[in-house]
Design a protein around this ligand. Structure first.
Ligand SMILES: N[C@@H](CCC(=O)N[C@@H](CS)C(=O)NCC(=O)O)C(=O)O
Length: 211
């Protein structure tokens, strides 16, 4: 049995949904009501009390990028009709390990800033963004400038669909869905996102669609 503890609008959950689709792995969705979290979810599934978490035949994993790493390692194959470019075989490239891990961390920080804006900005009901959100806006633009220098129009790892690409596409599509900030206007990132957003495994889990 394979089950994904999830929330339909969660970008972190979506990364795992895309990877499960890439691998052609069947699973059951287990929606988690974050506002009415049962204590046994924290005790038995994810001590952080967050989604996603994956139960893969009794092995429980949490943290989206750890789950992606697990799925790539544990299920090295892809279906015969898998989309092109091919999915990378590993979370990061051995020969570019530190560069790739930094890109992943920067995208994670961008998404965290987006969540902070969602929780404490005008979306949370306040009339005006509190001044400390200015810092989050500066941060995301600094990250985007930095990422643009490391990206190519066809991805962070040209010739492949990488976990870095997956993280970025899902993050900026969620930012658009929540109307948090304008990430566009950088040529490599704009083209990278347009290129990989077409991939058949990406659109079905878009947050605007029913789960
Ligand atoms: N670093 C975690 C972040 C997961 C996360 O923040 N998930 C959100 C949903 S988008 C959540 O569960 N929030 C509920 C909470 O923080 O209480 C990951 O990559 O899985």
């Amino acid at each position: 049995m394979r089950a994904l503890y999830m929330s339909p609008l969660s970008p972190y959950t979506r990364k795992v949904r895309v990877m499960l689709a890439e691998k052609g792995l069947a699973y059951e969705n287990k929606p988690v009501a974050m506002d009415r979290l049962q204590n046994d979810y924290g005790c038995e599934i994810n001590p952080c009390g967050r989604v996603p978490a994956l139960d893969d035949n009794g092995r429980i994993l949490f943290e989206s990028n750890v789950i992606l790493d697990y799925l790539l390692t544990q299920y090295p194959g892809t279906p015969e009709d898998a989309p092109r470019p091919a999915l990378v075989p590993a979370l990061v490239r051995a020969e570019h390990r530190w560069d790739d891990l930094q890109v992943l961390s920067a995208i994670e920080t961008l998404l965290n800033s987006g969540l902070t804006m969602l929780r404490f900005g005008t979306h949370s009901g306040v009339v005006k963004d509190p001044p400390y959100l200015e810092r989050e806006h500066k941060r995301v633009h600094s990250i985007l400038d930095w990422l643009d220098k490391r990206a190519t129009p066809e991805g962070f790892v040209p010739g492949w669909f990488s976990v870095l690409d997956l993280n970025l596409v899902v993050s900026v599509q969620w930012v658009d869905f929540r109307k948090l900030f304008d990430w566009r206007g950088r040529s490599n990132i704009d083209r990278l996102v347009a290129f990989h957003a077409q991939r058949p495994t990406i659109p079905p889990s878009h947050p605007s669609l029913p789960a």
